[in-house]
Write a protein that binds this ligand. Structure first.
Ligand SMILES: C[S@@+](CC[C@H](N)C(=O)[O-])C[C@H]1O[C@@H](n2cnc3c(N)ncnc32)[C@H](O)[C@@H]1O
Length: 502
């Protein structure tokens, strides 16, 4: 076998998935909260969007279906990924998306470079800390050549120091796995078994720190495909935020803020003493370092800009006030207590309940939400409302508040449903497309399958659907699946309407 992968896993395909941090609307919100203007909000039509390392293409396909006026280009070097992505696009009938099979290590210096258009928005999810130094250098070169002035770039990566206690864990998974099995998903599973045996044997440097303990817990439910792409790459290497910022500076990109919106608020990211330590420095890189050592995330989702248009506070708040929010969680399930790095943040019910009630009826602008609570003291500001509601995954920004469903969205959901129909994948998260949001709702795959059946069949039949969705399940599984389907229909129809998905 030739190693065209340069050390990256190529024998097992990645998974379908959607991450709202990759959507231009969310990146633009991140920029605005941090006082940087974005054309995505000012003129959401006609964008050129580029995804580097697009896997099975699900996110890029969802964004192309949700935004027919955009030109979407997605690049991956794995021909299986590109073939699957192109077949998906053809099934939906999408004409605004191109999949390019190319190696990011060499693309900037090779003829297919001409096929990559200039981009207003770029995303690299799950790539930076899993690929070789040569690939990272190629990515920087491509970004330097292709990102337009004012353009936004999203990059996610395994961050230090959060991952430091798990360095031994990853190395054991990879090295032991490679000795114990053939295909990389089986290697990852075998390597993880070795780790668990070492944990049981009280090995001092495996699974002993709090992060590794949580990680091992989470990995109980992880698919072996995910494990392979997370742990089996030769050049897997978590990094500090400043290392990424230094590398991307070569592409004239500067750090704007975190797409995990709470992380932009020192009060939510650090306790008082940590903030005092951070306040001694006005160097933003050092500020991020202190945040990360205080309890920063293991997977950072950062947004960069090429040429920031800085906004004054009043202008920033005026633009934010004009944004429309869409509720993405049923009002009865809205969480007012939220876990943040600094502990728990509590949303004042007197202030937030009327906003949630209003949003349950229809999407509202932030200005409209603020007007509901005009007479109160100590009002939350537009950035706080946006960060708390969107950052907690309970609301999203509508890029086109007045827009309704599109026929390609139904075709997108049908094509996606054909790919997630297996019983063991129904709990995994995926995305529903929305023209109104210009992005997608993160939902369990079962919800997508149920939505697709409702659209194609009209009347709902939860018990009959359980048997059709997961043929071969036993009676107890069918009963439990039928109940899940009934609950989705009862609770989520309202959210699909609010998001303009139906
Ligand atoms: C973890 S996956 C993430 C996929 C996708 N962004 C997602 O979130 O579903 C990383 C992807 O990067 C691709 N990749 C790795 N090295 C690459 C290279 N040198 N050139 C192009 N693609 C590469 C892999 O094939 C894989 O699909």
């Amino acid at each position: 076998m030739t190693d065209w992968g340069g050390g990256y896993v190529t024998d097992v395909a990645y998974l379908l998935g959607f991450h709202p941090e990759q959507s231009p609307a969310h990146m633009a919100l991140t920029a605005l909260i941090n006082g940087v203007a974005s054309e995505v909000i000012e003129q959401p039509e006609g964008l050129s969007y580029l995804e580097l390392g697009s896997g099975l293409g699900f996110s890029a396909l969802l964004l192309a279906a949700s935004n027919p006026s955009w030109r979407v280009t997605a690049i991956d070097f794995n021909p299986e990924h590109i073939a699957e992505s192109r077949a998906f696009a053809a099934e939906v009938g999408l004409r605004n998306i191109t999949f390019l099979e190319a190696d990011l290590a060499a693309l900037a210096d090779s003829p297919p470079e001409a096929l990559v258009p200039e981009a207003d928005v770029v995303s690299l999810h799950g790539v930076w800390t899993w690929v070789s130094a040569a690939t990272r250098a190629g990515i920087v070169k491509l970004l330097r050549a292709k990102v337009r002035a004012g353009g936004l770039v999203h990059v996610s990566y395994n961050a230090l120091p959060a991952w430091q206690g798990a360095l031994g864990l990853q190395r054991v998974v990879r090295e032991a796995g490679r000795k114990l099995a053939g295909r990389s998903d089986r290697q990852a599973a075998a390597g993880l078994e070795t780790v668990r045996a070492l944990v049981a044997a009280s090995a001092r440097y495996v699974g002993t720190d709090p992060f590794s303990k949580q990680l091992l817990e989470r990995l109980n439910d992880a698919s072996t495909g995910y494990l392979a792409h997370e742990f089996m790459n030769r050049d897997w290497q978590p990094v500090f935020h400043a290392d990424v910022a230094t590398a991307l500076a070569e592409a004239k990109l500067s750090y704007v803020g975190s797409a995990r919106l709470y992380e932009n608020f020192p009060d939510l990211a650090m306790n008082e003493a940590q903030r005092t330590a951070a306040a001694r420095f006005d160097d933003p890189l050092l500020f991020e370092l202190i945040k990360d050592v205080s309890g920063g995330p293991a997977l950072r989702h950062d947004v960069y800009v090429r040429g920031a248009r800085r906004l004054g506070e009043n202008e920033r708040n005026r633009i934010l006030s004009g944004l429309t929010l869409v509720l993405t969680r049923p009002p009865g399930r809205f969480a007012y207590e939220i876990e943040v790095a600094a502990g728990k943040a509590t949303l004042n019910r007197e202030s937030y309940e009327p906003m949630v009630e209003a949003l349950a009826a229809a999407p509202r602008t932030i200005a409209g939400l603020l007007a509901l609570r005009e007479r109160e003291q100590g009002r939350a500001t537009p950035p706080e409302i946006a960060a708390m509601m969107v950052g907690s995954g309970q609301a999203m920004v509508a890029l086109r508040p007045g827009a309704g469903p599109l026929p390609e969205l139904d075709r997108f959901h049908a094509a996606a449903a054909r790919r997630v129909g297996r019983f063991d994948t129904l709990a995994r998260s995926i995305g529903l497309a929305s023209h109104r949001l210009g992005s997608g709702l993160v939902v369990p795959a079962l919800e997508l399958v149920v939505l697709n059946r409702l659209i194609s069949e009209g009347a709902a039949e939860p018990s009959a659907w359980a048997r059709l969705i997961a043929p071969g399940i036993d009676d107890a599984q069918a009963e439990s699946l039928g109940k899940d389907i009934a609950r989705i229909l009862e609770e989520r129809t309202q959210i699909w309407r609010l998001a303009g998905t139906v």
